[in-house]
Unconditional design. Structure first.
Length: 289
């Protein structure tokens, strides 16, 4: 019974195994990225970047159809362009960076949908927006795995600098730390992970495995190392649960995975050890002298 419920779908069907491998690779890379976005109060940037990818992916689609590399390169170029434009506008105008990002990502979303509609069908539009997790290709798996490997290596190299920049950027500048370089590399990792996640989850939900597990982890611990471990664990377990639910209930796989992560996030809001509602509402024991 348990075999049929939990293991049989993942062991007997190649498309389920491929989807699981893709999600687990994304969990390893997107989880830590999401933690640093949360700590740097840049959570909405992940959502903005996922939308900013769309017009570039749409141009790649118009030029080469559903080509992995054309859509990925187009999405990468579009996201980097939006990030640069938003940063420039925040420095040249009174707009803050979050407001500039919001404006550009809304324009990007509308432009991308319009471009896909010029040539593609509703099926093509849904493929780009929501992904096809159960139809991940060999090239997409290689891209996702390569992105995960690159992310782990780069994050390990700039880990201490990122932590210092999160909590005391003034000190980092005073001691001559390369905070600017670390910031640029981190933003590049955000964009690259969004492009990779787009191949499995689509542009609209690519941010899901990045931000929901990270936000949930923030409610359980204050240690950055533990936060990263919890985020990866939440993302991986949500992937398994979401895929199994989608198989047994005949539901779309991508939304099921993201909803599973969302369920963990809601439980964390309620019962999290670091600021959960129950800990705030229930009377706490105090040490007796």
């Amino acid at each position: 019974m348990l075999y049929d419920l939990l293991l049989q779908p993942l062991l007997d069907f190649a498309f389920m195994r491929r989807a699981l491998v893709a999600c687990l690779a994304l969990s390893v890379s997107a989880g830590p990225i999401g933690v640093f976005l949360v700590l740097r109060r840049m959570s909405l940037m992940g959502d903005a970047m996922s939308h900013a990818i769309l017009p570039g992916a749409a141009i790649g689609f118009l030029l080469a159809g559903l080509s992995l590399w054309a859509m990925s390169l187009g999405g990468l170029a579009a996201a980097l362009l939006v990030a640069l434009l938003a940063g420039g506008m925040s420095r040249l105008t009174p707009l803050k960076e979050d407001a500039a990002l919001a404006g550009f990502y809304l324009i990007s979303l509308a432009l991308g949908v319009l471009l896909v509609s010029l040539k593609g069908s509703n099926v093509d539009l849904l493929h780009i927006l929501f992904g096809t997790l159960l139809a991940v290709s060999d090239d997409a798996l290689l891209l996702i795995a390569g992105t995960a490997s690159l992310t782990v290596v780069v994050l390990a190299a700039i880990y201490r600098t990122l932590i210092a920049e999160c909590f005391d950027p003034a000190f980092l500048r005073a001691v001559g730390g390369r905070g600017g370089l670390a910031h640029v590399l981190f933003l590049a990792l955000v964009v690259v992970n969004m492009v990779a996640a787009m191949q499995a989850l689509g542009t609209l939900m690519a941010v899901g495995l990045m931000m929901l597990p990270a936000a949930a982890a923030r409610l359980w611990t204050i240690s950055i190392g533990r936060m990263i471990a919890v985020a990866v664990l939440v993302a991986a377990s949500s992937s398994v649960i979401g895929l199994l639910v989608s198989y047994h209930a005949d539901l779309p796989s991508g939304p099921s995975v993201i909803l599973a992560a969302g369920g963990v996030y809601l439980v964390s809001i309620l019962a999290g050890a670091n600021g959960g509602l129950l800990r705030r509402l229930l009377p706490q024991r105090h040490l007796e002298h």
